[in-house]
Design a protein around this ligand. Structure first.
Ligand code: 4AD
Ligand code: MG
Length: 431
């Protein structure tokens, strides 16, 4: 007899198999018990018939508690009434671990209670569906960048630089030195691009932001590609192709997860069409004012502005060339205007806001040194970075996609906290 996973049940119809499972729910009458089972790969039903298993096994089945674990042996049958399409007709049960008073019951629990029990909540079908999609997005990310000829260059997590500004750094001690948890791997990816041409990183990113919005995590994961000999226009094409590829792969490989989450797949299909629209920051300000949303040139966009702008389009939209004053030091200055830089944010539809921030990079040594100084940074910490402009500086561009922001949008969740296994929030580092 073969030991299998629930996900492989379709390959074993009418065979007797053994599966290690947990009980999620059950109901029973005098002669029949229905066990809702999960093994981490899928959820399905076990049917226990008293006249087949006998009094003892039936009794044992009836007394199993939520989240107790056991080996189950039985025959796989098709079950046209369930979404999964298969069930197991139970022959025997071998208890492994008992479970008394499992805290997460089928009733409604508040979000704080669920987050306090995140280590258990991961077992429930919605978190399971979201994290299954997360896994697919990571897989598809590697596929995309591999097929496009990128090399993965890992950026350090302990660093001595602040690419995105000094306000939200996580400070730590590094023996006798000050250090920060990485805010972005970008500067290292720039070094990587000048060594490997097209590179990307995928790693944890830390922002000690005192913001408590549904879009902010203190620790999040970012994918940061960087391309040598590439201007911004071409980088935008990489960005839209990458995002469309991710959405298509989620549609193709995560149908049952999307169904559990009730995500409108027809809507997702619209996001696989490229190119995405592009408007300038100047046009965005005009659009906001026409729509009755007060915005003046120079303002950064918050959630209401981003939502309004994105609502004017059916696909994600690029907002190009923001004011220099509200963007980081490393962005390429505009060739004919000194008030804007060559950059773009990609805003997701349906009110999800910025999912990508990217730019062409400044290549001129003197300009960059000046920028570092006026950002209040210590040039000595950036000497290595300035070297990249000293020895064969080339046009190069890159961007960062926030994995959890992307997932919140694709899964249709309200809050970014549900798209990472163990969220770090302003008031939460437990569990
Ligand atoms: O716009 P950001 O700050 O850009 C950078 O860090 C650049 N160095 C990227 C690059 O060009 N290589 O962050 C990029 C993305 C945002 O668009 C957003 O999706 C995500 O990272 N992000 C966050 N996600 C969750 N919680 C936060 N606090 C986030 N801050 C940024
Ligand atoms: Mg940004």
């Amino acid at each position: 007899m073969e030991t299998i996973n629930i996900i492989d049940a379709p390959k074993h119809v009418n065979e007797t198999v053994k599966i290690g499972v947990w009980l999620t729910d059950k109901r029973s009458s005098g002669k029949i018990a229905f066990l809702q089972l999960r093994d981490g790969t899928a959820f399905f039903q076990g049917v226990v018939l008293k006249n087949i298993v006998g009094e003892d096994v039936f009794d044992e089945a009836k007394h199993l508690r939520q989240e107790s674990s056991f080996w189950i042996t039985g025959e796989i049958h098709e079950d046209t009434r369930s979404k999964f399409g298969y069930e197991i007709q139970v022959q025997s049960i071998e208890l492994i671990g008992t479970s008394e008073e499992y805290p997460i019951t089928p009733k409604d629990h508040g979000i704080d209670f669920l987050l306090d029990h995140r280590h258990l909540w991961l077992r429930s079908s919605r978190p399971h569906a979201i994290l299954t999609i997360r896994n697919e997005v990571i897989r598809a990310t590697y596929e995309f960048f591999n097929k496009e000829g990128f090399t993965k260059i890992d950026a350090p997590i302990l660093t001595g630089n602040a690419p995105e500004g000094t306000t939200d750094l996580f400070h730590t001690e590094y023996f006798d030195h000050d250090a920060y948890l990485s805010q972005s791997g970008q500067l290292y990816e720039e070094a990587g691009a000048l060594a490997f041409n097209k590179v990307f990183s995928f790693g944890p990113t830390f922002r000690a932001e005192k913001s408590k919005t549904r879009r902010h995590l203190i620790e999040f994961w970012m994918i940061e590609p960087e391309m040598a000999f590439m201007h911004q226009e071409e980088s935008l094409e990489v960005q839209e192709n990458y995002v469309a590829f991710l959405v298509q792969n989620v549609i193709d490989h995560c149908a049952s997860s999307l169904e559990i989450l009730n995500r409108d797949v027809e809507l997702l299909k619209k996001y696989t069409k490229t190119p995405y629209p592009r408007i300038s920051y100047d046009e965005a300000i005009e659009m906001l004012n026409k729509g009755g949303i007060p915005a003046k040139w120079g303002d950064d966009f918050g959630s209401p502005e981003e939502t309004y702008l994105a609502d004017q389009f059916e696909q994600p939209v690029f907002i190009l060339n923001y004011p220099k004053a509200i963007k980081p030091f490393y962005m390429k200055p505009h060739p004919t205007r000194d008030d804007v830089v060559i950059c773009a944010d990609l805003l997701a539809p349906e009110g999800y806001g910025e999912i990508i921030g990217g730019s062409e990079r400044a290549v001129d040594y003197d300009y960059l040194l000046q920028q570092i100084k006026s950002a209040g940074l210590n040039p000595a910490d950036y000497e290595w970075y300035l070297d990249l402009r000293k020895y064969g500086s080339v046009p190069h561009s890159g961007f960062g996609l926030g994995l959890e922001r992307f997932l919140t949008w694709v899964t249709g969740e309200d809050h970014v906290r549900e798209t990472i296994p163990f969220p770090r929030l302003l008031n939460r580092i437990y569990p």
